[in-house]
Design a protein around this ligand. Structure first.
Ligand code: GRF
Length: 196
């Protein structure tokens, strides 16, 4: 039986798309639902057009009550009976209350070579620090932000004249290779780090 995957997005969803497109008949997992906090997320439109189920839970009415927001997501997810969650550019911090029951079953992609540059603006910070290489990481999610066991990393060179945008674009190309490759291995039972 294929593992049932839910993918969480907030924006364009290019990583979600790379994951969905890789989950063909040979894959141990299948995409079951795409979840977003943002009804205008490009990723939601693409998922709907691809015939995938979607769930939108707007975080704004919940204000600072993250537990209530997360409770609403959990409730909306119940019918999908998920085995795994892939965070793919999901821009809300999830609390321990949500994350802990998914320990070992929730993945995230982060645009830096963790443990460097947790949090936001990773490309700007890498450039400001004079890094000569940068990249992305797929890791298991723990309650600590952008922490947890590393399942894979891909590296890119920082080039002369790079701006945060040019560097982000170079990293994103690698994200689209790394995340599907890691998900395929992980769902086949291999948690050893993949280094691209
Ligand atoms: C990616 O760089 C992802 O790592 C990050 O936000 C970006 C999302 O891009 N945290 P997309 O929505 O997958 O196109």
């Amino acid at each position: 039986m294929k593992k049932r995957v839910g993918i969480f997005v907030s924006g364009g969803g290019s990583n979600m798309r790379a994951l969905v497109e890789d989950m063909d008949a040979t894959h141990p997992a299948a995409p079951v639902v795409v979840v977003s906090n943002n009804e205008n997320a490009g990723g939601i439109t693409w998922a709907q057009e691809a015939g995938l189920a979607t769930v939108v839970v707007d975080h704004r009415p919940y204000g600072r009550d993250r537990a209530a927001f997360e409770g609403a997501i959990n409730e909306a997810l119940l019918p999908y009976d998920l085995d795994l969650i892939c965070l793919a550019g999901f821009m809300r911090v999830l609390t321990a209350g949500f994350v802990t029951p998914w320990r070992g079953r929730m993945l995230n992609i982060h645009p830096s070579l963790l443990p460097k540059y947790r949090g936001l603006h990773t490309h700007t910070r890498a450039l400001e620090a004079g890094e000569t290489e940068h990249g992305c990481t797929v890791h298991l999610v723990t309650p600590e932000l952008d922490d947890g066991p590393i399942l894979g990393q891909a590296r890119v060179p920082v080039e002369e004249g790079d701006t945060p945008d040019t560097l982000a674009a170079r990293v994103l190309v690698q994200e689209h290779k790394l995340y599907p490759a890691v998900l395929r291995r992980f769902t086949a039972g291999d948690s050893t780090p993949l280094m691209l």
